[in-house]
Design a binder for this molecule. Structure first.
Ligand code: GCU
Length: 686
């Protein structure tokens, strides 16, 4: 009898474990709820959603009565909210909705609800989708676009489309994201034509109840390409009129349209410089067209030319002289680092330096350089490090966060953007844990002072906790180890990919795996890894000191001097700023070469440890998600091995020093790695 009962119990637990959990519900999976009554001071589509969310997800006192109040309060800013013992109060309907999501999040994570005011750090918290109108996604690793199909006639909107867009908007609203750019920064001008605008309108209609505004990437050459004009000169009256008319047409369809994102004179994209005009001329012309409707221009500072000038210096050199020349509805969108979303970069020196222009940070949620949707890398720690970086521009406390959220410089608008990692994959992001990066972006955009520890904690509880009863055992055996794995994961990736300030040494094109050797003769130098690592028999690293490219001088003191001096430069940025001799003594007493070997080895072993951690938590995870993550970790481990072997064997050709004997020997041959890599990229090899 006992045997039967216990085997029934085992079966029961197994079935709980194995029930289908494909990850589609994201962090919004809580199903159990207690009865609650909700009184709303104002009826609208938005407050109705808030009410429904409470009715479906309430886990507080059964039978409680909750008040949702829309009422002006000077201390509440924008769509911020106030949690009170009675419920939620806000200035706007959307504020009420955000407050409700926060209340439910507290209940579901078991955190105490402290009454108080919660204001957003940034006014606009925007996802940038690099989705092409043919349904493909540039740097997307989670299937095709949720917005676009491959042919124009398949653009008619279906009920399934609408449902998906609502689910997406709800997920965004639940973490405070309030905008989405629907198409690639490498824009196709056609997006501004009627056939696409109709679909944009349909998307906007589904997003609106959740407070998510749509934005579009606009191609600077659109007046010629779709308008048939002879020029796109931003000072030409016909061009100005064309943009005004286009903007009017858009707002007639979408009255709350957010505005344009523009990549101009960057990587071959057209821009005002084609007409000998400045970025300010181009951005202001568009901003003037948008101004009457409250729209903004997010103008990207991701610019660099194929010159001998250090690429890391170029955005600063091009934009700083324009400080103060932009309209107040232009925001310059600046990538977190001066090169390009690398596993680790120092912050872009533009932050804090442009004091009379609004700047918005751009981070990359999709893992272009961080292992795609194969590697488990929790990016929150990277963004936290970036947002908390001291710029010293206005003395101590001038963090990047404060330089961009309006607390140091007066800004009409504040914003932050993340390049989205969402696609048609059933779990949205390709990797279950990649969802945590979408979540983390939203949470940090709402509150740029949050810690990654808190974000990981919340996300794990919302995503993996099956019921409220799971307490101490679950916390000790699942939450703690898995959270630690998440918190360590970015540093692990830095270790096995590009430690000590190395950057841009990945394999070409798809940017997955090692490629420090890749340098076809006819390729632009600043697109090849040797340009960045500069390895030779003396040492390795890019000399950006005052005797090198002098990029250090773009940083405010004391950073300028700190980075310039090889003895004081932090280890994490050593090879970013210095060309360092192989036998250089590091702060810990090791030679640079040995330290490099230890870091690569450590990174690989960190991933192997992640595998152990994950296997051990199997009893706490449903079968489907467990197996998926396990399999991805295996791939990550194999890839980390390639990184370690490839980079160490390649650099060893220059250092001519032995790999310390106590660490694991390479298991791949360099010739094999290079040959395979080259075969994949043979088009570039001529
Ligand atoms: C990177 C990325 C491109 C992208 C570009 C950008 O270079 O590889 O795919 O277009 O960044 O941010 O504009």
């Amino acid at each position: 009898m006992i045997k039967i009962v216990s085997s029934c119990l085992i079966l029961f637990f197994l079935s709980v474990n194995l029930q289908a959990e494909n990850g589609h519900s994201l962090w919004l999976r809580s199903q159990s709820s207690s009865p609650v009554s909700v009184i709303c001071s104002k009826k609208s589509i938005v407050t109705e959603i808030a009410r429904q969310e409470l009715l479906n997800g309430w886990q507080g006192q059964p039978g409680a009565s909750i008040k949702l109040i829309v009422k002006q309060d000077k201390q509440v800013k924008g769509d911020g909210y106030k949690l009170t013992p009675e419920g939620v109060q806000a200035n706007t309907d959307l504020g009420v909705l955000y407050g409700v999501y926060d209340l439910l999040r507290h209940q579901q994570t078991g955190e105490t609800i402290n009454p108080g005011i919660f204001n957003p750090s940034y006014e606009r918290r925007v996802l940038n989708h690099w989705d092409n109108q043919d349904g493909t996604i540039e740097r997307g690793y989670a299937g095709r676009s949720i917005f676009w199909r491959n042919t124009k006639d398949s653009l008619n909107v279906t009920e399934a489309d609408k449902k998906l867009w609502r689910e997406y908007a709800r997920a965004n609203a639940s973490v405070g994201i309030n905008g989405a750019v629907l198409n690639n920064v490498n824009a196709n001008a056609d997006i501004l034509t009627d056939v696409y605008l109709k679909r944009v309108k349909a998307i906007a209609d589904e997003f609106r109840p959740y407070g998510v505004k749509v934005y579009l990437s606009a191609k600077f050459s659109a007046p010629s390409q779709v308008g048939g004009l002879k020029t796109c000169d931003p000072l030409d009256p016909t061009v100005i009129k064309w943009w005004q008319a286009k903007v009017k047409e858009i707002y007639a369809m979408i009255p709350d349209f957010g505005g344009f994102l523009v990549k101009a004179n960057s990587e071959g994209q057209p821009g005002p410089q084609d007409y000998k005009r400045t970025h300010a001329d181009g951005a202001n012309m568009m901003a003037d067209a948008l101004k009457p409707y409250g729209g903004i221009v997010m103008w990207r500072a991701f610019v660099y030319s194929a010159s001998d000038n250090d690429r890391a210096k170029q955005a600063y050199e091009e934009f700083l002289p324009l400080d103060g020349q932009f309209r107040d509805n232009v925001i310059i969108q600046v990538k977190n680092g001066p090169v390009d979303f690398q596993p680790r970069e120092p912050f872009s020196p533009l932050f804090g330096a442009m004091k009379k222009t609004s700047l918005m940070p751009e981070v990359q949620i999709t893992q272009e350089y961080l292992g795609h949707s194969i590697h488990l890398v929790f990016l929150s720690t990277m963004w936290e490090e970036f947002l908390k970086s001291e710029t010293y521009q206005e003395g101590e406390g001038s963090t990047v966060a404060r330089c961009t959220d309006g607390s140091l410089f007066p800004q009409k608008h504040t914003a932050i953007a993340g390049v989205a990692n969402v696609g048609l994959d059933v779990n949205w992001c390709g990797h279950q844990f990649a969802q945590s990066n979408w979540y983390a972006f939203g949470r940090l955009a709402w509150d740029n002072k949050l810690t990654s520890d808190q974000i990981a904690d919340e996300w794990l509880k919302l995503t993996f906790k099956r019921n409220v009863a799971e307490t101490t055992d679950w916390q000790d055996n699942f939450l703690k180890p898995v959270k630690q794995m998440m918190l360590d994961s970015r540093e692990a990736a830095v270790n096995y990919m590009m430690p000590l300030g190395l950057h841009h040494i990945m394999s070409a094109n798809e940017h997955y795996g090692p490629g420090p050797w890749w340098a076809p003769k006819r390729m632009r130098k600043d697109w090849t890894p040797p340009y960045y690592h500069q390895a030779d028999t003396v040492g390795v690293g890019f000399d950006r000191t005052h005797t090198g490219s002098d990029a250090v001088s773009q940083y405010h003191e004391p950073l300028h001097t700190l980075f310039d001096n090889i003895q004081t430069c932090p280890d994490e940025y050593l090879l970013w700023f210095h060309h360092v001799p192989w036998s250089f003594k590091m702060k810990n007493g090791c030679t640079l070469w040995n330290e490099l070997c230890y870091r690569y080895n450590k990174g690989l072993h960190q991933v192997r440890d992640f595998q152990k951690i994950w296997d051990k938590v199997q009893p706490y995870v449903d079968g489907e998600r467990f197996v998926q993550v396990q399999s991805k970790l295996r791939s990550q481990s194999r890839n980390a091995q390639l990184w370690k072997d490839g980079c160490l064997l390649y650099f060893q050709q220059f250092s001519k020093m032995p790999i310390p004997y106590e660490i694991e020997r390479p298991v791949n041959n360099l010739e094999y790695l290079i040959r395979n890599d080259t075969t994949r990229h043979q088009n570039y090899e001529q």
